[in-house]
Design a protein around this ligand. Structure first.
Ligand code: TMP
Length: 207
């Protein structure tokens, strides 16, 4: 039994996850909680190296199966090297994306199916989050935000509206599958309001 709390944040592109996670971590830390922030794919050196391969826009030949396996590989390294030790030490782990991203992006949007994604993530399914917050922003709105961003786009950012619509619908399906764990927050409000709504869910989980 792990002593800490594993809390993940999910959503399409440009849903404000990173800012929200940083704000929640600041608040919890100021209250004396021991918090770490991390992300998938990445969070540690080996997983960041895998991230570079997956998201490199030059890797146009990558097939969906390879993409799914690389996410699963980076997930296991990240889990064992960073997340599990932190949870064993009683910390709160706030993680930007986890297995649900694979279910949605590779399972639904890349059409590999939820069953095969769960199979290749078998080891990770033993460590499901205590709470997952889905930041619900319609893909048309999120893509508008994405297009106004100046930084370089990665291989998945540059997919079209149809792909992002499949991602969005996939999240709605996965949220139904895991009703007890996944809580949705309306991400169309101001970032301040969305952060507050997410914080309230985290606070409830920590009670
Ligand atoms: P980020 O933009 O939130 O940092 O995530 C990087 C991209 O990787 C994003 O487009 C979602 C995608 N992704 C998957 O397709 N499957 C996964 O399992 C994870 C963790 C991320």
């Amino acid at each position: 039994m792990l002593k800490g709390k594993f809390i993940t944040f999910e959503g399409g592109e440009c849903t404000g996850k990173t800012t929200i996670i940083n704000e929640i971590a600041k608040k919890l830390t100021s209250l004396g909680f021991d918090v770490i922030i991390t992300r998938e794919p990445g969070g540690i050196d080996i997983a960041e190296q895998i991230r570079e391969i997956i998201l490199n826009p030059k890797n146009t030949k990558m097939v969906p199966e390879t993409e799914a396996l690389l996410y699963a590989a980076s997930r296991m390294q990240h889990l064992k090297e960073k997340v599990i030790p932190a949870l064993e030490a009683g910390k709160i782990v706030l993680c930007d994306r986890y297995l649900d991203s694979s279910l949605v992006y590779q399972g639904y949007a890349r059409n590999l199916g939820v069953k095969s994604i769960l199979e290749i993530n078998h080891f990770a399914t033993m460590y499901m989050p205590d709470l997952t917050i889905f930041i619900d922003v319609k893909p048309e709105i999120a893509l508008g935000r994405l297009n106004s961003r100046k930084e370089k786009v990665d291989r998945l950012d540059s997919e079209g509206l149809l792909f992002h619509q499949k991602v969005y619908n996939g999240y709605l399906e996965v949220a139904k599958m895991y009703k007890n764990r996944i809580k949705s927050v309306d991400g169309n409000n101001s970032l301040e309001d969305v952060t507050l709504a997410c914080y309230k869910l985290v606070e409830e989980e920590l009670k």
